[in-house]
Ligand binder design. Structure first.
Ligand SMILES: Nc1ncnc2c1ncn2[C@@H]1O[C@H](COP(=O)(O)OP(=O)(O)O)[C@@H](O)[C@H]1O
Ligand code: SF4
Ligand SMILES: [Mg+2]
Length: 227
């Protein structure tokens, strides 16, 4: 798929006091990767409804929406929750209603770092993901197979029992697992809880409280700043 977003005949009908409101009536769009698009229309045109469907917060009445989501493993959980258990949108491979891919997604879903992919730097360094700069080996010294099968960090990332905090016990860990790069970015530990998830709000608040504050110098009253 060369598009980052594709929809086919999207229809969304709301029922309000017995009346049907047709918010979307057969929307088919294609947006290529890297393109920036503006959605313009009068109030009530259906813009918010379309965005909600694209972000998996709402399911369409009929039609299909294909999107590529990246580095947001929580979308797997969100999609499952808002669709009442029907859909999973695991990061790094999307699925809409296919039972086999859904089963695979629950097994290897969510953050794929070191689980279903790795990144190779130009100097041969192998890292679990382009956003997770922990070098686990180098192709000039070892084969990719050796690195892929023997790295301790890859082993850790493949076992969600080794995660920490709520990500370890979360009922959605198999389809999410948290962004391991974000955990590393904030804690220096790729197995730490992902502070970008609403379920880890407590950890996020603790991080915020510890973050260094920069105090801007106050200008004495009546003094003009120099140009
Ligand atoms: N949750 C809802 N329940 C009932 N009607 C809704 C709901 N959400 C949107 N609508 C109706 O769907 C139409 C499109 O709304 P919306 O997508 O919010 O348009 P826009 O964002 O372009 O203003 C409107 O007629 C709106 O009243
Ligand atoms: S707590 Fe962790 S595993 Fe659960 S949904 Fe949030 S990021 Fe994913
Ligand atoms: Mg709106």
């Amino acid at each position: 798929m060369t598009e980052a977003i594709r929809t086919e005949d999207l229809v969304r009908v709301f029922k309000v006091k017995g009346l049907e409101v047709r918010a979307l009536n057969g929307v088919s769009i294609r947006v290529r990767k890297g393109n920036v698009v503006a959605l313009v229309g009068p109030n009530g045109a259906g813009k918010t409804t379309l965005i909600k469907i694209l972000s998996t917060l709402l399911t369409p009445t009929s039609g299909k929406a294909y999107i590529i989501v990246s580095t947001a493993p929580q979308y797997g959980r969100v999609a499952l929750q808002v669709s009442g258990g029907q859909e999973v949108a695991p990061t790094h491979f999307a699925v809409s209603g296919d039972p086999i891919v859904k089963a695979v997604a629950e097994f290897v879903g969510g953050c794929g770092a070191g689980r279903i992919y790795a990144a190779i730097e130009p100097n041969g360094d192998v890292v679990p993901c382009v956003f997770l700069p922990v070098v686990v080996g180098n192709l000039r010294k070892q084969s990719f197979w050796d690195i892929w099968t023997k790295s301790k960090l890859f082993e850790d990332l493949r076992d969600r029992d080794r995660l920490k905090g709520f990500c370890r016990v979360c009922p959605y860990r198999n389809i999410c697992g948290g962004c391991r790069a974000r955990a590393y970015g904030y804690y220096g530990d790729p197995l730490a809880p992902d502070p970008g998830c609403i379920y880890n709000l407590k950890d996020w608040k603790e991080l915020q409280a510890k973050a260094p504050r920069v105090r801007l110098a106050e200008q004495p009253s009546g003094q003009q700043s120099s140009p």
